[in-house]
Design a protein around this ligand. Structure first.
Ligand code: PMP
Length: 455
């Protein structure tokens, strides 16, 4: 396996940087004018785009984004899954326009019939019989974590090192050297030391999970069915079944966050792999880009919760800490109904998964041709390459494989050739409008860009 030539990499980044800067004068100008925004951008993470300044959006449709300098890109980032249904899908746009325009009533505190349709659809896909809505996956996790503590009477949440579930305080933990949970690097001002709220285990290591559950204070194991926020780290055979079995044995709830792993299929990884969560969380994509999220619970969990609310020792109707004013609003539920009913269909998943398979094969062919020490993993309609071979088995192994320079080079070089990858890692997602020609274009471009480094 050839070692990476760092001076060549530095030269390549400099060349790509020059191209990027020269091609985007208007984006650069807008960035310079952003002095009333913290970090010059609407949300500080938008500075994660490489190139010194982000591209500024002009318009987007399907899997194409056009920037203010007149360039159009094949978008494999798809809003880091928020636009999994494609940018501005027609059925969603029409439903949202109807609700905002002819019907009226964006947020009223009243239920709408759309929410019932969506609840039934979520049950059909993800098996949970009872649903509640939020406006983000973060909020769905946050509120569901509270309910898990209420339902079990236990204080802690078990998470895996280098997981990500949104900005939920309890989840920013990694296993420490003494076995106790500790803050992951970069965690902003935790309210209390993490070991007070959290137990941390290692992905694909059931012994580490059992060791933590044995303390008897874990309300819920909160996990994705595959880690997707430190590259994709797939579960080894038996791992998810083992989690289910351990959760039951130690009376903890199994809380599965499918915000990203929905890519596994029409019913997410839960249906595709026959998982049996007690609590299910989803967000981002199901409203076609309109803010939304949802959590589903079993009838057993619901009964445990209502035993407390009936007794008056918890409040889920007023200011008890579960809910938000705009959650479940008519606009958001109309968007979910249209997106789930007409866009993210069985046929769409079949198409998207076929394309992700072709994408993965294309990447693998280049890695083989140049003997590149990277790996590529696929999860249904999502594919991701990581700078490590073999593919990491744990979050900790995947974290070590991070390489800022390689990351910068790949993202800049792809962008300069008209392809957008998600800025946080090297993830590519297919949407209903992605075509085989788009995937082939990525395959050719990936070969050119990687060949310049390793060829
Ligand atoms: N859960 C998972 C698995 C995620 O990947 C993310 C975001 N990347 C979230 C929750 C949080 O989503 P949001 O920021 O939209 O609340």
């Amino acid at each position: 396996m050839p070692p990476i030539d760092r001076s060549r990499l530095t030269d390549l980044i400099a060349a790509e940087q020059q191209v990027y800067t020269a091609a985007h004068p208007r984006s650069r100008e807008l960035f310079a004018q952003g002095s009333n925004l913290f970090g010059r951008v609407p949300m500080t993470w938008m500075n994660k785009w490489t190139g010194g300044f982000p591209l500024y959006l002009d318009h987007a449709r399907g899997n194409r984004i056009s920037d203010v300098d007149g360039h159009t890109y094949v978008d494999f980032a798809l809003g880091d899954t928020g636009a999994f249904a494609g940018h501005s899908p027609r059925p969603t746009v029409e439903a949202v326009a109807r609700r905002m325009g002819d019907l009226g009533g964006i947020t009223t505190m009243l239920p709408s019939a759309d929410a019932q349709w969506v609840g039934a659809e979520l049950t059909a896909r993800f098996t949970m019989p009872l649903w509640s809505f939020t406006l983000s996956a973060t909020d769905a996790n946050r509120w569901a974590v509270r309910l898990a503590r209420l339902a079990t009477g236990k204080p802690k949440i078990l998470v895996f090192g280098y997981c990500y579930h949104g900005s939920v305080d309890e989840t920013f933990a990694i296993p420490g050297p003494d076995g106790k949970a500790q803050s992951r690097p970069g965690n902003v001002a935790p309210p209390v030391p993490l070991d007070l709220t959290t137990r941390a285990a290692t992905w694909n290591d059931l012994a580490s999970v059992e060791r933590e559950l044995a303390h008897g204070d874990v309300a819920a194991i909160l996990t994705e069915p595959a880690l997707t926020n430190i590259g994709i780290v797939l579960p080894e055979p038996g791992f998810m079944e083992g989690l289910r079995e351990l959760a039951t044995r130690y009376r903890a709830l199994l809380m599965i966050d499918e915000t990203h792993t929905f890519s596994a299929g029409w019913g997410g990884a839960t249906a595709t792999w026959n998982l049996e969560p007690d609590i299910f969380v989803i967000g981002k994509s199901i409203g076609g880009g309109i803010p939304c999220g949802a959590y589903g619970i079993t009838t057993e969990v619901a009964a445990s919760i209502t035993s407390h609310t009936d007794a008056g020792d918890a409040d889920i109707v007023d200011v008890g800490g579960v809910g938000g004013t705009l959650a479940g609003n008519a606009l958001s539920t109309a968007a979910m109904r249209a997106t789930l009913g007409e866009v993210l269909t069985h046929a769409a998943f079949e198409h998207m998964i076929d394309l992700a398979t072709a994408f993965t094969e294309g990447v693998q062919a280049t890695l083989d041709e140049f003997d590149v020490p990277w790996s590529v993993s696929q999860l249904g309609a999502r594919s991701e390459y990581r700078f490590a071979r073999p593919a990491p088995r744990t979050g900790e192994e995947a974290a070590v494989a991070h390489d800022d320079d390689l990351d910068a080079y790949m993202h800049l070089a792809m962008c300069n050739r008209g392809i957008l990858m998600t800025p946080f890692h090297n993830m590519a997602l297919m949407c209903p409008e992605t075509t085989r020609a788009d995937v082939d274009r990525h395959t050719d471009t990936f070969r050119e860009v990687v060949g310049a480094l390793y060829g």
